[in-house]
Write a protein that binds this ligand. Structure first.
Ligand SMILES: [Zn+2]
Length: 323
């Protein structure tokens, strides 16, 4: 069996998946996760351990045709910089070279949110209703960032920074951001931003706000407004068919999903807003779908076509895979 392997190196977990490409789609045949360890040696150790456990699970006879790695930070030529959450903010780490020691298969390294966007494209495609060619993945994690698949092509950008919307300033008199500016969107609309302002979970925040707690109400309103702004920015700059929201803060909090959809449906008197129909484009990535590792596994090799599907798009529609 010929398989493609993806490893998603996150701030908390290193997730590995083996993916079989089948007619019209893909199938995840094995998954392994290990705890992340910060720093260059820890990151490389996590990669080796997760990959090794996955090969063990697959057993003899499995042939790895490609290894893809998703990692936070700025990725260029297989090297990663500015992955602050992994403790890789010093000199560039040449992940591609290190990973080449694990396998004779070709190795590709990509920013984690971009890899997850590619994974989300394959998830949408699996619904069979023509979606998956044109989307933004909004990742609400420790930070806030998006990945873009436009007309079937993963958009990296001139400097690999496409979709980095978390550091748009939303309140110039807001608190300082680790990026050096003030009042950035991700200070309000991310898991990390929420943790700085609220001691409990997002579900507890929504419950406390619904019960009238003034602190919770303020934090909730900022969170919902920030997420709505992020979704609108993505739709108004790219007009993508789907905006897929990922990250436990939103995907495991139904009350927050409802509040976000309500905010996006609130058009005021704007016919323009109504035409955008932003709320109809929102999808929730299923919590158990490993978009990061699947996307890394399926990253297009240089000799392959870049589109995730050859089937034509059939229009916008309202199908919502996974609910
Ligand atoms: Zn910032």
């Amino acid at each position: 069996m010929s398989l493609r392997v993806g490893v998603d190196i996150g701030g908390t977990w290193v997730d590995a998946a083996a993916v079989e490409v089948v007619a019209g789609g893909h199938r995840v045949v094995a998954r392994q996760s290990v705890r992340s360890i910060r720093g260059p040696a820890g990151v490389l150790g996590g990669l080796r351990t997760a990959y090794g456990l996955l090969l063990e699970e697959l057993g003899t006879g499995a042939r790895v045709a490609a290894l893809g790695i998703g990692v936070p930070g700025i990725v260029s030529g297989g090297r990663v910089t500015h992955a602050v959450n992994l403790g890789l903010d010093g000199r560039p780490l040449d992940l591609a070279a290190e990973a080449a020691a694990l396998t004779s298969a070709p190795v590709l390294v990509e920013n984690d949110v971009k890899a997850a966007a590619w994974g989300a494209a394959h998830w949408l495609r699996s619904s069979g209703d023509g979606h998956g060619q044109d989307l933004a993945l909004l990742n609400v994690g420790t930070g806030l960032a998006a990945g873009l698949v436009l007309d079937g092509v993963l958009r990296r950008g001139d400097r690999g920074l496409a979709g980095e919307i978390g550091h748009l300033v939303t309140d110039r008199s807001g608190p300082p951001c680790p990026c050096g500016k003030q009042g950035c969107l991700e200070l309000y609309a991310s898991g990390g931003g929420l943790a700085r302002r609220w001691a409990g979970s997002a579900a507890e925040l929504m419950a406390a706000a619904a019960a009238g707690d003034p602190t919770a109400t303020g934090v909730r309103d900022d969170l919902v407004a920030g997420l709505a702004q992020a979704v609108r920015i993505l739709v108004q700059t790219t007009d993508v068919a789907d905006v897929v929201l990922a990250g436990g803060v939103v995907t495991s909090t139904p009350a927050l999903q409802e509040a976000l959809l309500a905010a996006l449906r609130d058009h005021g008197d704007s016919g323009f807003e109504q035409t955008l129909a932003v709320d109809e484009r929102v999808r929730w990535l299923p919590e158990d779908y490993p978009a990061g590792s699947v996307g890394a596994a399926l990253l297009p090799q240089p000799q392959e076509p870049v589109t995730p599907t050859t089937s034509p798009r059939t229009g916008v529609g309202t199908g919502r895979p996974g609910g």
